[in-house]
Design a protein around this ligand. Structure first.
Ligand code: SF4
Length: 457
């Protein structure tokens, strides 16, 4: 559910969103700039809000690579649950925490996120022990947001009590759909009532910040069913909603079926219509789209995910986890076996580690920032990062503004609200042209000539 991956891979709200993939339907929609939803649907939250931004400074991600069963669409690093593998994971996580602790010396984490896999499947005693060890290894701010992803069917009183003991103050439930047939096709093991039961239990245990994950655009999906799912989710009274478009991942049953043409993806326009339903329903319920795939009541933004989107540092532990801290990025071994074995040999459990380059920093500012409703803001980045961003994109952003694909704000740039669903296509357009400009030498020339920062700030 929460992807333990590099920040740029968090962008998964739209199929075919690779930087070079500029779909014809989306291009046509961008060209016509036709509104997807009525303008008043965008008026609720121009997020993320200031409090959330201030609290998203340093994140800690912990990947929990176990699931009771495998959903048909999912390619996240996750294996079968057994007491033996959970114990091995626990010891390796504790070892990795000690190994990585020096890089965070003197800094307090403002968020911790247990993602998976299914963190809720881990025995509660084990979860408590892991959290206690993390608190010994790292400084965790007293007001840190501590999120745990939970599958609705595994939420019981014993676990909720343990999670409260750990200091968990935010739960993110994977619901995906409220239609029985869809749950079955997606390989979910819970029934349509399970999220409501889990939410009610969590409220009884004092959890005030709850989120639901939904999925749309999978084979066979339709607008009427999606409307029912969204309305049901909003009626459950959560503070936060994430909605991701289905992406056919090779190697998964549903992804393979699509790739072999045995099942059919939704057309771009039909999927855009589903997003419009989501936006309009969310707006009526007082939820704003502070990020393309994430909606919340004012103040309920996910601090941890904001850490990624604002390109602030984060440490990551566990198989397949990716971290970015102290000017370097690293990627852990994908599989539990390799990751744990490396730690058991007292080696770094990484497949790669590299210093961030100016170009990579600039690309991430674009990729991540333009998905926020407020867009990219100069104040979020240090001088070197902002300079790299300007150097790469200033001229192209000016063209994109003239073409109506982005608009200026007091602090930078954003995607106009009515184009939010095709944000990734606008990003692809900008990236492709910036790259072409670099090849011809125009980008460097433009960057020298522009006084863009002064005018954008
Ligand atoms: S519960 Fe399903 S979607 Fe979540 S990580 Fe496991 S297999 Fe993937």
């Amino acid at each position: 559910m929460e992807p333990p991956v590099p920040a740029h891979s968090l962008i998964r709200s739209r199929p075919g969103s690779a930087l070079t993939d500029f779909g014809a339907a989306s291009a046509a929609r961008l060209a016509s700039a036709a509104p997807l939803v009525p303008p008043d649907a965008h008026a609720v939250v121009d997020g993320p809000g200031e409090a959330a931004r201030d609290q998203a400074r340093l994140g800690l991600y912990v990947h929990v690579p176990f699931c009771a069963t495998r959903c048909t669409y999912c390619d996240f690093a996750s294996g079968k649950l057994s007491l033996q593998t959970v114990e091995r994971w626990k010891h390796a996580i504790l070892h990795e925490a000690e190994m990585r602790a020096p890089v965070a010396t003197g800094r307090a984490f403002t968020s911790v996120f247990f993602g998976g896999g299914s963190p809720s499947a881990v025995p509660p005693d084990t979860a408590v022990q892991v959290m206690a060890a993390l608190r010994r290894a790292f400084a965790i701010a007293p007001d840190a947001e501590i999120t745990l992803e939970a599958n609705p069917e595994s939420v019981d009183d014993r676990r909720l009590e343990a999670w409260r003991t750990m200091g968990v103050n935010r739960l993110s439930f994977g619901a995906q759909s409220f239609e029985p047939g869809e749950l079955e096709a997606l390989g979910r093991v819970h029934d349509v009532e399970a999220p409501a039961r889990a939410i009610a239990r969590a409220r009884r245990h004092g959890f005030q910040r709850l989120s639901l994950d939904l999925m749309f655009g999978f084979p066979g999906h339709n607008e009427a069913a999606w409307r029912r799912t969204v309305e049901t989710a909003l009626d459950l009274g959560v503070e936060h909603l994430s909605a991701y478009a289905f992406i056919p991942e090779g190697g998964t049953p549903l992804g393979n079926a699509v790739l072999r043409d045995e099942a059919h993806e939704m057309a771009d326009d039909a999927e855009a219509d589903l997003y419009a339903v989501l936006e309009a329903s969310a707006a009526r319920a007082g939820f704003g789209p502070y990020e393309t795939s994430n909606f919340c009541r004012p103040g309920a933004e996910a601090r941890h995910n904001l850490t990624y989107w604002l390109r602030r540092p984060y440490l990551a532990l566990g198989p397949s986890a990716h971290g970015m801290i102290a000017g370097e990025r690293y990627a852990n071994h994908y599989h539990l076996e390799r990751w744990a074995s490396a730690l058991e040999r007292d080696e770094r459990p990484e497949t790669s580690r590299e210093a961030e380059t100016a170009d990579a920093i600039a690309q991430e500012i674009l990729l991540l920032g333009l998905r926020l409703a407020r867009g990219i803001e100069a104040r979020d980045h240090d001088e070197a990062a902002w300079s790299a961003f300007q150097h790469r994109y200033a001229a192209t952003l000016a063209s994109a503004e003239r073409a109506g694909r982005v608009e200026r704000t007091a602090g930078g740039w954003r995607i106009p609200g009515h184009l939010r669903f095709v944000a990734d296509d606008a990003i692809a357009w900008i990236e492709a042209r910036a790259e072409a400009g670099r090849s011809s030498g125009t980008s460097a020339r433009s960057a020298r000539d522009l006084t863009w920062r002064a005018s954008a700030s």
